[in-house]
Ligand binder design. Structure first.
Ligand code: G6P
Length: 611
């Protein structure tokens, strides 16, 4: 939610800031702004709407000279999207200028305090409060920017990543964070700051991760870090392995389509990281046979698509490894005082590793003394850093708001956990283990084949561009796949869709079926095929138009369904990795046919760092 950038160095700042914001637009895109300083002068430019508006207003940055600046792309939390609420915010006389990502929970209380000290507020944002609070402490104690920021940090409750410039300190940027992401990159001729890797990848791969409640001072030649006491601290520099190209569209019209095509690689890379000598090996996550053997229960906690992976994980892990699994939405888990049994593990799944509710769930589990495992895509993210065990997915940078390749890599991670646990507990034979490994290894090529058939789906999907509703039905793992298919459809095409456990239809939802309503039956599980077919017949007799998604060989379904999509045969456990592909493509093509912004659907953001 919201992207922030900063640059100080030998080059002109504004074009670099705009470039970085372009890479972060997936984090929010209702308004944008930048502040650049040249000598004493600080120029602030803001624009409502997409980043292109800000680029136009600043002649692609050329109209705002200077070598030091900060920028922001916004996803509104406090205050509507408008120019006045857009960042940067400034204190009077541009003494302190700042951009912020996150939510300051006690901003009303702090606002009151500052009003009592004569401060005026022009926007409805919590950010203006943060900037003026820093200004207040700076003037009150007549100390350094570090002191002022630290005083403010002690008073602020909530989450923030702040980038600030002080009028008295030319060519310096100050940054602080708590529970919102921020990285700092260095080169020989300048220092960079961004909410996420793609913002700075074009310039450097040498980065520092700012810790919670630490402060960084960036100058053209170096970066210095301080703790809450104001003492200088040493930090280790890390190298980002992602290459800049993987964060570009590479000839595709949209990131989403590019990322759909990257799924065979994401799956392959994740498999390669954890399959060793024909066994699932989680030693990279510090999970050995002894630990796995003693796990008696797993809790999977996540948000959005990652939660849907958890739903699949429940079916796979329970059945393959014989371990009971509970799945929770992170936003529910954190507030329901979950009763976690001993000898269990809490698994947090998150692409970004920054989702506020998932991070809070992780911390709750740790507080309760339960070991935690994070399945995370972004290296060095907050969830990765806080978890006891980390299993990285190797999807590379994902830019499109609607996740595809990260979801697919997460599916592989839960499959591997199931396999490793099943082997550790000796609930599967060596032969069975070998079969399952073989099936996993076949997935990248099989995914490739499913993607090859995309034109047929485009043709079918375009007929439903004006549809009002769609329903996804399935049982067991197929229901979990339906949840993801439905989310993909609604989030980017804005067509109302719902996923139902097929057996539940008759308890209410069936009354919504009218002549021509699109119902997508997911039928990858042999054992449940006939059951779901019966439910499809029930909706067909009430007028539904039926699409079936099933495995090669189930040709008899053509007697029931109006349109059938076949996927290659695999082990039932792994069918989600293949079945989700046509559903992602359907969402994509519907969005395209409706002329919508595929990569940046309205009201959404990729990284949800607020509750
Ligand atoms: C947002 C994204 C989803 C994602 C969810 C959880 O809603 O649009 O694609 O599944 O957040 O994000 P995470 O980074 O924790 O996986």
């Amino acid at each position: 939610m919201c992207g922030i950038v900063g640059y100080v160095g030998q080059k002109q700042a504004a074009p670099i800031l705009l470039h970085g914001l372009g890479k972060l637009e997936y984090r929010g895109y209702d308004s944008a702004g930048l502040a650049v300083r040249e000598g004493e002068e600080i120029t602030v430019v803001k624009a409502k709407g997409r980043l292109a508006e800000l680029s136009n207003k600043t002649a692609d940055g050329q109209a705002v000279p200077g070598n030091c600046g900060i920028g922001h792309t916004r996803w509104a939390t406090h205050g509507e999207p408008s120019e006045i609420n857009a960042h940067p915010h400034v204190s009077d006389g541009n003494f302190v200028v700042g951009v912020h990502n996150g939510i300051i929970e006690n901003y009303q209380e702090l606002r009151e305090k500052l009003l009592n000290h004569g401060y005026k507020f022009y926007s409805q944002t919590d950010t203006e409060v943060a900037v003026k609070l820093v200004d207040y402490y700076y003037k009150k104690y007549l100390g350094t920017p570090i002191d002022a920021i630290n005083h403010a940090q002690v008073r602020i409750r909530g989450s923030y990543a702040l980038a600030l410039m002080f009028k008295d300190y030319p060519n310096e940027i100050y940054a602080a964070r708590k529970d919102s992401p921020m990285i700092i990159g260095t080169t020989e001729d300048g220092s960079f700051l961004g909410s996420d890797v793609p913002a700075i990848l074009n310039y450097t791969r040498n980065v520092y991760y700012v810790g919670d409640m630490e402060v960084a001072r960036l100058t053209a030649s170096d970066v210095t870090f301080f703790n809450l006491d104001g003492d200088q601290i040493e930090k280790e520099q890390k190298v980002i392995e992602w290459d800049a190209e993987s964060a570009e569209k590479g000839g595709f019209e949209h990131f989403m389509m590019k990322e759909i095509h990257e799924q065979p690689k994401a799956v392959q890379d994740t498999l390669s990281a954890y399959l060793k000598d024909g066994h699932a090996d989680l030693s990279a996550a510090e999970l050995d046979t002894e630990i796995l053997k003693n796990i008696e229960r797993m809790y999977i906690v996540a948000c959005g698509s990652a939660y849907h992976v958890g739903m699949v994980g429940k079916y796979v892990i329970e059945s393959m490894a014989d371990i009971p699994v509970e799945v929770d939405l992170a936003s529910e888990f954190r507030y329901r005082d979950p009763k976690l049994v001993k000898n269990s593990i809490v698994i947090i799944i998150s692409q970004s590793g920054e989702t506020a509710d998932s991070l809070a769930a992780l911390r709750l589990a740790k507080k309760k003394g339960i070991p935690t495992l994070a399945i995370v895509n972004v290296v060095g993210s907050s969830i990765a850093r806080d978890a006891d065990h980390v299993m990285y997915t190797y999807a590379g940078p994902e830019i499109s708001v609607a996740t595809t390749k990260a979801y697919s890599a997460q599916l592989i991670a839960v499959d591997l956990i199931a396999l490793a646990a099943a082997a550790a507990k000796e609930v599967i034979s060596d032969e069975r283990e070998a079969e399952l490994v073989k099936a996993l290894q076949a997935l990248p090529e099989q995914i490739e084949k499913v993607i090859e058939n995309k034109e047929r789906l485009q043709w079918f999907t375009s007929k439903f561009a004006n549809e009002k509703d769609a329903f996804f039905i399935g049982r067991g793992i197929d229901y979990a796949i339906g949840l993801e298919g439905s989310l993909k459809m609604k989030e980017i095409s804005y067509i109302h869709s719902e996923a139902y456990a097929a057996g539940e239809l008759k308890h209410g939802t069936i009354s919504l079926i009218e002549e021509g309503t699109l119902v997508i039956g997911i039928m990858t599980q042999d054992a449940l095929f006939e059951k779901t077919r019966s439910n499809m017949v029930e909706v067909k007799s009430r007028g539904a138009y039926l699409m079936a998604l099933t495995e090669n060989g189930h040709y008899s379904i053509e007697d029931t369904a109006d349109f059938v999509v076949y996927i290659p045969k695999t082990e039932p456990y792994f069918a989600p990795s293949l079945a989700v592909i046509p559903l992602q493509l359907m969402g994509y093509y519907l969005s395209l046919a409706r002329g919508l912004d595929v990569d940046k659907p309205r009201n959404l953001a990729k990284s949800v760092t607020v509750e």
